[in-house]
Design a protein around this ligand. Structure first.
Ligand SMILES: *Cc1c(COP(=O)(O)O)cnc(C)c1O
Length: 388
């Protein structure tokens, strides 16, 4: 029998990190000593107290059954307290839905709100899942370029009126992957005004809200701003904050009708998040946050070494305020893909081509700070030897 795939699967661009992983494996098979600054997956293990909490939770028969709807009440309570403490925003439990990683909700929100032909406003370069969900629902993506001259913020005023009229959903992501930009408060105010005026749901992806480098200038939440709850939701993840990418847990919060729409999709697709993981997440959110502080210190040291090192060898990079990425301008005369290939083939360094996450990323590569300082130093030594 000939196996025929859904046309939508064929429309998907190859999933970027799978491609990079494949090339990396090929290099490892060749015996290369790879330094991987490619995928944004923390190398630091999950803090012990969270692992221990999971070990205990997994032994409880209560957790062996189907999880409860939109998440344990105790999980939501932990989210409510964490949010209040971090952003001074009040949430109710019907404004929260637990997710199997925030990617799950980000990929499913379209099913709740996008009809065929509806437009989805998507930042580019950006996280590929915003577009995946759009393709799966026969929505039409409109890509908003994130340009350095605009502080890597989308220029909402440059979106054509006919596009705005058909738009139902807008994604934003600050601290941003891949540009490492953060959004100022004026941006959120403009965004809420724009969304309200044009009846567009805001989906704010805040996966990196806790990976910041200045205690006195922490990333903001979209929900801190007046009117935000009328127009949108924010996605949060424990993956980057607590080094829990493999565990699959996050949440969406904000407008209760939007949350209900996502929850309805989930009711029909999955049956929620394994409760033992929710219990471990409660431990993560409600215990001392020293482990997060420690992680920030580690990333900060790596960031400083990499940025200073790249500058010293003539690269044009600015010091990111947040996220664990460094968004570097590539040497002149090359494309992003050529630079990535050269780094991999000549000096066995893996990084992400800027244009792989959207065409406005051309001219940049993304380095993830997910290896130790000594390996970053080794990478710099190797990069300095390349003849451009
Ligand atoms: C890592 C990441 C996520 C989500 O990760 P989950 O593990 O699914 O919670 C979401 N958005 C961006 C931009 C990311 O980089």
């Amino acid at each position: 029998m000939e196996i025929r795939y859904n046309e939508k699967l064929k429309k998907l661009p190859p999933y970027l990190f799978i491609e990079i992983d494949r090339k990396k494996k090929e290099a490892i098979d060749r015996g290369a000593d790879i330094i991987s600054l490619g995928v944004g997956d923390p190398d630091i293990p999950t803090p012990e107290h969270i692992v221990k909490s999971m070990q205990e939770a997994v032994a409880k028969p209560f957790n062996h059954q189907y999880p409860f709807g939109t998440g344990l009440l105790s999980y939501k309570k932990a989210v409510i307290d964490w949010y209040k403490n971090r952003f001074n925003v009040d949430l109710n439990s019907d404004e929260i839905c637990a997710l199997i990683g925030s990617k799950e909700g980000i990929g499913h929100i379209h099913l709740g709100f996008i009809n065929p032909g509806d437009t989805v406003l998507i930042p580019e370069p950006g996280y590929p899942v915003y577009n995946t969900g759009t393709i799966f629902t026969d929505g039409i993506p409109y890509f908003m370029p994130l340009l350095e001259k605009n502080g890597f913020l989308p220029d909402l005023t440059s979106i054509p009126q006919d596009v705005v009229k058909k738009a139902k959903l807008i994604f934003i992501n600050y601290p941003n992957n891949p540009t490492a930009a953060v959004a100022p408060k004026e941006f959120y105010i403009r965004l809420i005004e724009f969304a309200k005026k044009n009846n567009i749901i805001v989906a704010a992806d805040a996966a990196y809200s806790e990976i910041y480098y200045d205690e006195n200038d922490k990333p903001l939440s979209f929900l801190e701003f007046s009117g935000a709850k009328e127009v949108g939701v924010e996605f949060h993840s424990l993956s980057k904050t607590y080094n829990m990418t493999g565990w699959r847990i996050g949440w969406v919060c904000g407008n209760k009708d939007i949350v209900a729409g996502i929850a309805k999709v989930k009711d029909n697709y999955d049956s929620g998040v394994f409760q033992a993981i929710q219990e471990a997440a409660i431990t993560a959110l409600s215990s001392s946050q020293k482990c997060v502080e420690d992680a920030r210190k580690i990333y900060k040291e790596r960031r400083d070494v990499l940025v200073e090192g790249l500058k010293k060898i003539g690269w044009e990079v600015s010091l990111p305020k947040a996220s664990f990425y460094v968004w570097a301008k590539i040497p002149k005369g090359y494309t992003s893909s050529q630079v990535v290939s050269k780094l991999l083939e000549d000096v066995s360094i893996v990084c992400t081509p800027g244009n792989g996450m959207g065409k406005s990323g051309e001219g940049y590569v993304r380095f993830a700070l997910t290896v130790g300082v000594s390996r970053i130093k080794e990478a710099l030594k190797r990069i300095s030897k390349i003849n451009w």
